[in-house]
Design a protein around this ligand. Structure first.
Ligand code: ADP
Ligand code: MG
Length: 307
């Protein structure tokens, strides 16, 4: 099948259009009229088969996940996702694989109100999927990594370690959390005006939180007893649970810092995702781990891309 028939058949206009997309798939570039007083938020993430997902992952899950990980980055700025571009390299054309991939991709797009507006389709030795996501945030209000203040709470959404556990136990119900991450788009924009800094968790809490600490030039204490974990992990030793929860990747939860006053206000508004206060920001640099106020050794590492 020729490149153009693949584009027409699989990628063109499968779902709801965004009203301000003036030109989508089919021309040399897409055209969007930006909303007034908003900043463009844009990011890209690549998934390589065997590296970012096991080769056994279903095409549907690969499609979902390639969008979801990018929407998670948009959410982590407090922004609202708008559209995506898809650059895909395929070793060969397998029609049922492409069908399922597109179903997963468009299911995620639809759930979060996002339109596929362009991309690139090529053949190459390894299945590689790069998605670029675009979103909007009110001018000057994006939540970056650098705003954490001494005394802020450190808060995470959802549960930690599910995906890492799922990866080690393929076939377990928690594999769903590895294959179908849920970007916290509603929560992300809800945090505008509340959170002082934010990051999404892709490489493990320890590593990702460290990015906030470095960018904000502060330190922190993490209270291990407060880590939100699935009951499937509770039969493991404490060390093993912590390993999954703070060093496991692919959570795609939001981790943010927030003043205690703002946290109280936020909770009164009952956000639709569970939130856990897992520690606090301090002036002493570095990251300390405690379990019921007793300091624990920090011998955990997050995911290393070039290890
Ligand atoms: P060009 O040669 O000008 O780069 P292409 O022939 O690569 O254009 O693509 C034709 C149109 O199809 C463009 O609008 C492009 O954005 C779109 N497109 C190509 N591949 C994809 C894809 N995988 N997903 C979405 N749109 C795609
Ligand atoms: Mg062109």
């Amino acid at each position: 099948m020729a490149e153009f028939s693949i584009i027409d058949r699989y990628f063109k206009q499968k779902h709801a259009r965004q009203s301000n997309v003036n030109l989508g798939i089919g021309d040399d570039s897409a055209l969007i009229t930006p909303p007034e007083n908003q900043q463009l938020v844009i990011c890209t993430d690549t998934l390589v088969e065997g590296r970012h997902f096991p080769s056994s992952t279903t095409a549907h899950a690969v499609g979902w996940k390639s969008v979801a990980v990018n929407l998670s980055d948009i959410a982590a700025m407090g922004a609202t996702p708008h559209s995506i571009l898809l650059a895909i390299t395929l070793p060969k054309i397998q029609e049922d694989w492409l069908d399922n991939f597109c179903q997963g991709l468009f299911a995620c797009c639809e759930q979060y109100g996002v339109e596929l507006i362009g991309g690139d389709t090529t053949q190459g030795p390894h299945l590689t999927i790069s998605v670029t996501a675009l979103g909007w945030v009110p001018k000057g209000q994006a939540i970056t990594r650098s705003g954490a203040e001494i005394g802020d709470y450190i808060v995470v959404s959802g549960q930690l370690g599910d995906a890492a556990f799922g990866l080690q136990h393929l076939g377990h119900p928690l594999q769903k959390r590895l294959d179908y991450p849920t970007p916290r788009c509603e929560l992300g924009k809800h945090l505008l005006g509340f959170a002082s800094s934010m990051i999404d968790l892709s490489d493990g809490l320890i590593q990702d939180l460290q990015h906030i600490l470095n960018a904000s030039n502060v330190g922190a204490t993490l209270q291990l007893e407060n880590l939100p974990t699935d009951h499937a992990l509770h039969s493991l030793s404490r060390q093993q649970q912590w390993q999954y929860a703070i060093a496991g990747g692919d959570d795609y939860e939001l981790c943010f810092t927030i003043s205690p006053e703002n946290y109280k206000k936020l909770c009164l508004q009952k956000p639709n995702v569970s939130l856990s206060v897992i520690g606090y920001i301090e002036s002493a640099l570095g990251l300390r781990l405690t379990y019921q106020n007793e300091e624990q050794a920090l011998n955990f590492h997050g995911y290393q891309h070039f290890a």
